[in-house]
Design a protein around this ligand. Structure first.
Ligand SMILES: [Zn+2]
Length: 384
């Protein structure tokens, strides 16, 4: 009696497991230069693909270490290494951040399609990979390059710039910097972000996402999570500056990078201070943390820098304030964003004259227009 009960239970569990696996597992076709190579298993609605199938379809040799759960393979002359359960891959021993961790299932390793596509396309010159809901397309330029492939690449690049993440700094219990006359950084940031969002959605064919559109508290990590989950192609974090020296003024745009000067370190320290509200000890990033973060961002560094200088130029065209330029420092909010990313400091609300300007809706609108023009120009450079 007990035995048969157990048996039934076992059969039910067995049926349930097979059903749920078949419901989650899928396949997509894989093509190289228009030739069908085979099929690749995917999971989580095609958001992860089997690297094992990918490699066997492309006739690539892989070395799997079952003990350490690592796979090593080559694309062109680049050595690529990935490990089960980690959120980055190594290419020639440089770290590249993935949007989520590698999953091992039924002896196959599943890699997040979106980040893999971005990383491969930016690192490996003669190959481009494109993932969509029903197929994986590999284009190899090492053979004859004809116009149709070129045009396809341009189309693909356009398609790639499809989502912009706008991140108004601070919010809720975190006011950010407080101005000479009490203006709150969180309010300036939100207002400029909303204006920017309107201008982009009115004039461009890209999707915009605000990490917050009201006065609420968001952890720094939640901001990049929103960006990565929505497959953002550009992350713009908007802030206003403050300094103990009331004379300090001007606008500047930051990228993540090793701290190079004292002033930049102070800005990063102030912007990272919210970590204390999140329950961290308020410890600043160590140089080693920063070097790792910088390497993880290296796939996006040149694009981030390009966009940062466009922002500076466009603001400089419109306002009289001091152009403090593009700088690097260790900002937590930019770490882990799998896309080009910058942090814009619109001006110093600790400076009486600049605070007055930042309180005016006309001035805020001008700043939003400047960033919007920078986005427009940035999009143009992508299709060039
Ligand atoms: Zn801020």
């Amino acid at each position: 009696m007990i035995l048969s009960k157990l048996k039934t239970r076992f059969i039910i569990i067995y049926l349930f497991t097979t059903l749920s696996i078949s419901a989650n597992n899928d396949t997509v076709k894989i093509f190289k230069n228009n030739n069908l190579l085979g099929e690749v298993d995917t999971i989580e609605n095609n958001n992860f693909f089997s690297i094992n199938d990918f490699l066997s379809s492309t006739d690539s040799k892989e070395y799997i270490n079952e003990k350490t759960e690592k796979i090593v393979f080559y694309i062109e002359d680049k050595k690529i290494k990935l490990t089960n359960g980690v959120t980055f891959i190594l290419i020639d021993d440089n770290i590249f951040q993935l949007s989520s961790k590698i999953i091992k299932k039924n002896d196959e390793y599943f890699v997040p399609s979106n980040s893999f596509e971005k990383i491969i396309n930016s690192i490996i010159q003669n190959i481009s990979v494109s993932f969509n809901s029903s197929e994986i397309i590999i284009t190899s330029n090492s053979s004859l390059i004809n116009n149709s492939i070129k045009n396809m690449d341009i189309e693909k690049d356009k398609w790639k710039f499809s989502t912009i993440i706008i991140d108004p700094g601070h919010g809720g219990k975190d006011p950010g910097a407080v101005g000479y006359k009490g203006t709150l950084e969180k309010d300036v940031a939100l207002d400029v972000a909303k204006r920017l969002e309107k201008k982009i959605s009115k004039n461009m064919k890209v999707k915009t996402i605000l990490t917050r559109d009201e006065d609420i508290f968001l952890k720094l990590g939640e901001r990049t999570k929103i960006a990565n989950e929505n497959n953002g192609n550009l992350f713009i974090s908007i802030h206003a500056n403050a300094a103990t020296d009331r004379r300090a003024s001007g606008f500047e745009t930051f990228l993540i990078g090793p701290n190079k000067n004292e002033a930049a370190v102070r800005v990063a320290a102030r912007e990272n201070a919210v970590l204390e509200l999140e329950g961290f000890s308020g410890k600043q990033l160590s140089n080693e943390d920063l070097i790792k973060a910088t390497i993880a961002q290296s796939a996006f560094a040149s694009k981030s820098e390009q966009f940062a200088s466009l922002v500076q130029n466009e603001i400089a065209k419109r306002v009289r304030g001091r152009n403090r330029g593009v700088k690097q420092a260790g900002f937590y909010v930019l770490m882990g964003a799998s896309m080009p990313n910058v942090l814009v400091e619109l001006g110093f609300i600790s400076n009486l004259a600049e605070e007055k300007k930042l309180r005016s809706s006309q001035y805020r609108d001008m700043l939003a227009t400047a960033i919007f023009r920078a986005v427009e120009q940035y999009e143009k450079t992508l299709s060039e």
